[in-house]
Design a protein around this ligand. Sequence first.
Ligand SMILES: CC(C)(COP(=O)(O)OP(=O)(O)OC[C@H]1O[C@@H](n2cnc3c(N)ncnc32)[C@H](O)[C@@H]1OP(=O)(O)O)[C@@H](O)C(=O)NCCC(=O)NCCS
Length: 347
Amino acid sequence: MTMRATLGKRFKNPRAQHGFQGRTCSIISVGSYVPDRVLTNGELEKMVDTSDEWIITRTGIKERRIAADDEFTSDMAARAAMRAMQNGGVTPDQIDLIIVATITPDMPFPATACLVQHKLGARRAAAFDMEAACSGFIYALEIGQQFIMSRTYNTVLVIGAEKLSSIVDWKDRNTCVLFGDGAGAAILQHRPDAHGLLTACMGAEGDKAELLCMPGGGSRCPATPDSLAAGLHFLRMDGKETFKNAVTAMYTAGAEALRRCELDISQIKCVIPHQANRQIIDAVGERLGVKPDQVFVNLERYGNTSAASVAIALDEAVQQGKIQRGDLVLLVVFGAGLTWAAAVIEW
Ligand SMILES: CC(C)(COP(=O)(O)OP(=O)(O)OC[C@H]1O[C@@H](n2cnc3c(N)ncnc32)[C@H](O)[C@@H]1OP(=O)(O)O)[C@@H](O)C(=O)NCCC(=O)NCCS
């Protein structure tokens, strides 16, 4: 499809402005993977001073998945990718580029995307990681789309994958109840009959980096016996401030994405928010005017899987038939950085 600004006046395609001649970019298939091991709130009650009731009331989370000791981010990413490739009928040799969004790479380097490339046998593909924490999947979709739109590549594999259990302090009740492991993947190609990824609004506020971070392990604080003893290699968070910023940023990004496409929220078939906390999802939904049956939530089963979160949710929503060809979908996310993003997709 050549880019047209309007499609039967249903919405505006912001990318089609200013005479731009690029191709549209669609998500042609999705797939996800979560580890078998379920960690329930009841089990957490035995590990830290918490309760099932506290966790459900404050977050909505009932259980999360935990990867095995010998199962790494690249393994989960590759499994999710294989499912997406199977669903889209895509073979490894077709893939031109692999982007993995993660804050829990197998190693600081090389990129987890390179390990995934090897596991998939996608020998032609370029591969790199990108890091925008929980916003990573939409950031990666937007990057991947640029290569399709510009005709540089025909097939891009975008993955959000995390083994957050490896950076969570299992003695810290403030954080350990919130997170889980998993991966989700999407295959991007040009599809002539759809506008696909209509817009993505992305933003960041680096002055709030300390609200949610892992202080150790980088160039600022390499691993030493002292840094390990101080627990600097665990995720740290100011929950209350993060919560407030998440609601504002997700609402602002979601509203801006709709505005750019001249869409009303009622035209969106399915809203897929970052699955961090039920109260955040409800507060953002209320501000955007989302009806309960428009929003997809699965955080009660997986907790917050960071960059994998909306990718897994998108796959489940498609599997459950909540998104059909032609439907309009709104993805909206928030994460450490601070970062945020919202994307509108014609499925
Ligand atoms: C983490 C979060 C659930 C905490 O909820 P909250 O209502 O802000 O709770 P507070 O941090 O004020 O803590 C209230 C009390 O509960 C306690 N508490 C914290 N975690 C607890 C737990 N797992 N079980 C029981 N009590 C807990 C606190 O210690 C505090 O006790 P105190 O009053 O004796 O000091 C909430 O702030 C949140 O979800 N923030 C956003 C987190 C997020 O989504 N991060 C990822 C963004 S991508």
